[in-house]
Design a protein around this ligand. Structure first.
Ligand SMILES: NC(=O)c1ccc[n+]([C@@H]2O[C@H](COP(=O)([O-])OP(=O)(O)OC[C@H]3O[C@@H](n4cnc5c(N)ncnc54)[C@H](O)[C@@H]3O)[C@@H](O)[C@H]2O)c1
Length: 256
């Protein structure tokens, strides 16, 4: 799966799943572009990887910043071949507890940010004759935790964005959504830590997965790599559930 001379842009690439994606593509010789608002983490990862990596500080919810970031990525590496629309945030609130400000913050990052990134990366893919967009959705596009109204909505809408990109730019550009289950990242660690009993919450989350573990950023990075590669060239427009079998089991039979 060689990505030699290919440029792969990963939003939220400084930590968690995005970092997992950066490391997978970097290992396969891609030029990797880490887009993130976390300057410290982005710089640290860039310093570790060295040549063939670039960090661009950018808030994906801001259109001009995204435009500048894609222009810079393309200028440094001569184009863009793969965009992983990964950056996302989650805050807990039910519909009645969600303020307009919270709704906008979550939707502006998770959904509008992905739209901006696709809008400014796709023209560079077209100049190359093709490319791949990977949209990071979630198991929560199919089922929901309690109190994730804005988040679950944003992740479900990512499937619509995925279909639209796939339809509008076929056959040269493919778009695939990945739907991870519970992944061991700073986002989830923070969620566990804020719960009344972090250990119990973590175990309850593990128990939802048939594989009896949380996923790793590498689990998702490797799937992004496959989906973006030639080996994944028959994947387009649909979600791929990478979730350790979450939601497959509906209960016990009670049979001995
Ligand atoms: N962790 C999980 O269990 C899980 C499950 C399903 C889907 N996801 C999705 O995967 C993606 C990554 O999740 P994670 O767990 O790695 O999160 P994380 O919080 O660990 O990392 C997210 C990264 O995105 C960056 N970021 C946040 N807002 C940004 C913005 N406006 N502009 C640029 N960068 C920004 C952060 O600085 C951070 O580096 C998210 O879209 C999340 O919804 C995560």
């Amino acid at each position: 799966m060689s990505f030699t001379n290919k440029t792969v842009v990963v939003t939220g690439g400084a930590k968690g799943i995005g970092e997992g994606c950066i490391r997978s593509f970097f290992r396969e010789n891609a030029n990797v572009v880490i887009i993130d608002i976390d300057k410290k983490a982005g710089t640290t990862l860039h310093d570790e990887l060295g040549a063939r990596s670039l960090f661009i500080e950018c808030d994906i919810s801001k259109e001009q910043q995204v435009k500048n970031a894609m222009n810079k990525a393309a200028a440094v590496y001569g184009g863009i071949d793969v965009l992983v629309n990964n950056a996302g945030i989650m805050k807990y609130a039910s519909v009645t507890d969600t303020t307009e400000e919270l709704w906008d913050t979550i939707l502006n990052t998770n959904l509008k940010g992905a739209f901006f990134c696709a809008k400014y990366a796709i023209p560079y893919m077209q100049k190359r004759g093709g490319g791949v967009v990977i949209n990071m959705s979630s198991a929560q596009a199919f089922m929901a935790q309690d109190k994730v109204a804005a988040y679950a909505t944003s992740k479900t809408a990512m499937l619509g964005l995925t279909r639209s990109i796939a339809v509008d730019y076929a056959p040269d550009i493919r778009c695939v959504a990945l739907c991870p289950g519970g992944i061991d990242t700073p986002l989830n660690r923070e969620a566990f830590a804020k719960s009344p009993d972090p250990k119990a919450t973590e175990q309850a989350t593990i128990d939802l997965h048939l594989v009896q573990r949380l996923g790793t950023p590498e689990d998702i990075g490797e799937m992004a790599l496959f989906a973006a590669s030639e080996k994944g060239s028959f994947l387009n427009g649909h979600p791929i559930r990478v979730d350790g079998g979450i939601g497959v089991k509906i209960g016990g039979s009670g049979a001995k």
